[in-house]
Structure formats: C-alpha cells, structure tokens
Design a protein around this ligand. Structure first.
Ligand code: PLP
Length: 464
C-alpha cells in the first residue's frame, strides 16, 4: 500500500520551506518565531494577533532599499516614507510606524482626530509631512486648513479634482499642494480612467490658469498611484512614464515642484511562493526617474510613497480552530471554523483575496482536501482555494482532536472593512486581539488589546 503523506511533506514538496517568517517545530507552526499553538491555547480562538516589530522592519527595509538605490544612481532627491493610515488606524499601528519616523497620509476628516490625539501624546511632530488624499468634502478641507493654521506647515493636500482648489479659499499663508494624476486603469476594469485624480492632459493647463500666478498656493507634488500595485509589468511602466512626462513638463514651468508621490501598492506576501524582488523594483524606479529627468534636463524629484498594506499587512494574523467536520457527499469535506471568514477577513469574500493559510498544529498527520466554512449562515462565508493550487489541503482530524488554522499577513484593511467592534453578520463578536512586542531576554511579551466583543456593546449599537 502507498505510504500516506504527512502534511509537513506536502509543504516541503510544494515550497521552499522553512522560509521568511514561517517555520515548523515539533509539528507546530511558528510565524515570526511566535509559538502560535501556545498562544492559541492560552487566549482561545478566534483570535487576532498583531506582531508589532514587523511594522518597523518593513519601514526600515523600504527606506534602506530606496536610500541604496538613491546612492547607487547618484540620484539627487530624497526619499520620504508616509504611512497610509486607512490600511490600519489602530493607535498601536500608527504609533509603531511613527516610532520609525514616518510621515502620514490621510484620507478623511476623522484622520485629523487621530493626529490630534497623537499630538497630545507627543507621538507626532508638526514638521511631519501630512499628505491628504481623496475627494474632499468641506469638513475634510476645513480640517486640513485647521492643521495648517496649527503649525503643520508641511501639510500637502493633493487635489483630486480641479474644483478642489477653490474650496481652500485664501489660506493664512502659502499652502503647498499636490495634484493627483488620474491613471488609465488596467483593461480588467469596466472603466478606462480612474475616478481619482485629474486627467493627464488637464494638469499643465490647470496649473497655468489657476496656480502659477496664485500667491496662496505652491504646487509641490505630483501624485501618481496605480491601484493594481507596483509591479514589473508593462502596464505599470507605461503609466509610470506617462506620469514622469507630466512631471517633467510641469517642472519646466513650475520650479517649486519638487516631489513625486508613488502612492501605495507595494506588494506583500500572500503566498508561500511569493518572490517579489523589492530591491530590483525600487532600484528600477529610481533609475528610470533619474534617466528621464536627466534626459529632460530637470532636477530629480524627492520621492514619496504611501505604503499601507506593505507597512502593516505582514504584522497581522487571525487564528481559528475547527469546530466540527461535515462530510456532505463523497467528495466534499467541510471543516467548520469557530468564526466567520466573511466578518473577519472581508477581502476573502469581497475580492476573492487569497491569504497564506496554514495549520498551526498536526503537521505530522496525514492531510486531505477540504473546504473551510465560516460560522455564519451565509453561503459565501468559505475559503476553498490556496493561491498556488486553487484547493485547500489540511491535516486530517480524528474525533476529539483540535486543529488550529491561521490566516497570515492579514494586518491591512481587514479590521476597517469589517467594521471592527461594530455589528456583525449573524451577531458574531469581534474576536480578542493580542499584541506582541519585540522579544526581550528570549521571551515574547503579549498584551491584550481587546477582549472578545461583548453582547452589550453590540446591543448598544443596535439600540437595545
Ligand atoms: C491614495 C492612496 N495611497 C496609498 C494607498 C495605500 O495602498 P496600499 O495599501 O496598496 O499600499 C491607497 C490605497 O487605497 C491610496 O488610495
């Protein structure tokens, strides 16, 4: 009879394993060296974990690679790392990012409440760049002006559209501004041009008519962001060069223009096969910026980025355990989770996002093909395809055994999109959330950021 394979063997045959952040010891998984099995048993499941040191590591890595590329290319501009708060607004995330000397990117009026509180705690400095994106209602504009008047002189509202300029009225000094370019979308979208930003051809005439001789504003930044992310593909480079051409055209008539903002979209690890070459990509960006500017005879701009997922995505994971096994027919086995995928990781449901999904224990057991079912009654609450094979394999479970399952690198957008702590599908509570700090004296320290959401908190929102 053929030898039955263990889960561990499946993984070692499918991937280079162990690998960055993931390894296995005594049949259990470690992520960033965290003993996940111990944590799951101590705090119960479902459980959210944020491994805070990862945030600083990511920021430092990007900064190191940009600075190296700047030095290698003899590039005469600086690099500024902004953190895009919408990817995770939690205080522990933003504070960790600020410890690593980032600037801030905002997307709405409430971001300024966050900045006010960070200021009270002396976590943010008035010298910080605050790049303000988005289509802005007057309340957002008012908050931008208020921050400017309170001393945030490096605030840069990025005009999403030409009408926005007038909403700032007459600021109390010369306000630095940016303009966002509306990129052409990838052909997979139903529309050609992004709704965000100003069309390429309108930018230079708009500058000449409304900004050039206007003492209230200085055009400092051109903003360019491709929603599908920074990738070494034709589409990205085509849009990138279109943006650079606009930059050079503008720079020739607007000497105070000094920055290009590449937005977000730096990819993160969503599969164990992920092998994005950050160093190559960053160097290529800097080289192409340099070459184009030199060819056009304009000074190289300072480079801003607003990485959200990249900053915080790889710091988060969610752990579930299998509550029960259902064999619905000869071929389909469902592992029923003790929480909802839809509620906790809404990108799975909304975008068919694949995350790294791995068992936490039982790596020495045989495996089988399964579907994972969330605990809501919704037919869409499931996960049945890993990024590399479009199927899910997990260790077999014998009666009475416990299997823990982790979804990794889930730290960006999932809490905000799922309305963390609000009301949830089937009234399932937000799970407890544990924060992990840097290992000291060979020990991790854990902090409970939030216990499981209480019924009272949900009932209050619902008006009971
Ligand atoms: C203007 C802007 N900047 C930055 C980001 C962050 O993108 P990411 O999380 O892919 O880095 C976004 C995301 O939507 C954005 O709209």
């Amino acid at each position: 009879m053929a030898k039955r394979q263990k889960y561990r063997e499946l993984i070692s045959q499918s991937f280079d394993f162990p690998q960055r952040d993931f390894k296995e010891e005594k049949g259990t998984l470690q992520w960033n060296d965290l003993p996940l099995m111990e944590i799951a048993e101590k705090y119960g499941t479902p459980l959210r974990i944020t491994y805070l040191p990862k945030i600083g590591q990511q920021i430092q890595k990007a900064r190191r690679l940009f600075n190296a590329a700047i030095a290698n290319n003899d590039y005469r501009g600086d690099y500024h790392y902004c953190y895009c708060t919408k990817s995770s607004h939690f205080s522990f995330v933003v504070e960790e990012a600020l410890k690593n000397k980032v600037h801030i990117e905002t997307s709405s009026a409430f971001d300024f409440e966050l900045i006010k509180r960070l200021e009270e705690k002396k976590k943010i400095k008035k010298e910080n760049f605050i790049v303000c994106n988005g289509f802005k209602p007057q309340k957002y504009i008012d908050k931008i002006l208020e921050a400017y008047n309170n001393g945030y002189k490096n605030i840069i509202p990025v005009l999403d559209n030409m009408d926005e300029l007038e909403k700032y009225g007459t600021p109390s000094g010369t306000l630095n501004i940016g303009i966002r370019i509306a990129a052409e979308e990838e052909p997979k979208y139903e529309f050609y041009t992004s709704r965000l930003g100003v069309r390429y051809n309108d930018i230079v005439p708009f500058y000449q008519q409304k900004i050039q001789n206007n003492p209230n504003f200085k055009l400092k930044m051109l903003h360019f962001f491709i929603d599908t992310g920074i990738k070494d593909v034709n589409y990205y480079w085509t849009e990138f060069h279109k943006a650079l051409d606009v930059y050079c055209d503008l720079k020739k008539i607007c000497p105070e223009l000094s920055a290009i903002n590449l937005g977000g979209g730096m990819p993160i690890k969503h599969s164990l096969t992920f092998d994005f070459d950050y160093e190559y990509m960053i160097n290529e960006i800097v080289t192409q910026l340099k070459n184009t500017c030199n060819a056009e005879g304009v000074d190289e701009p300072d480079i801003f980025t607003e990485f959200g997922s990249y900053t915080v995505g790889e710091s988060g994971c969610v752990i579930f355990s299998v509550l029960g096994v259902k064999n619905q027919n000869d071929r389909e086995t469902w592992y029923m989770l003790d929480g909802s995928l839809m509620n906790n990781l809404p990108d799975i449901w909304g975008l068919s996002q694949r995350f790294i999904m791995l068992p936490i224990n039982k790596w020495d057991d045989e495996y089988k093909h399964v579907n994972l079912g969330g605990i809501t009654c919704d037919v869409g609450d499931y996960y049945n395809s890993d990024a590399h094979i479009n199927q899910v394999y997990l260790p077999k479970i014998k009666p009475g055994e416990k299997l823990y399952i982790g979804f990794f690198n889930t730290g960006a957008y999932q809490d905000t999109l799922s309305g963390y702590g609000g009301i949830k599908h089937c009234l399932l509570p937000s799970p407890p959330h544990i924060l992990v700090d840097e290992k000291k004296k060979n020990e991790f320290t854990y902090r409970v950021f939030a216990e499981e959401q209480s019924a009272d908190s949900m009932m209050k929102i619902l008006g009971y």
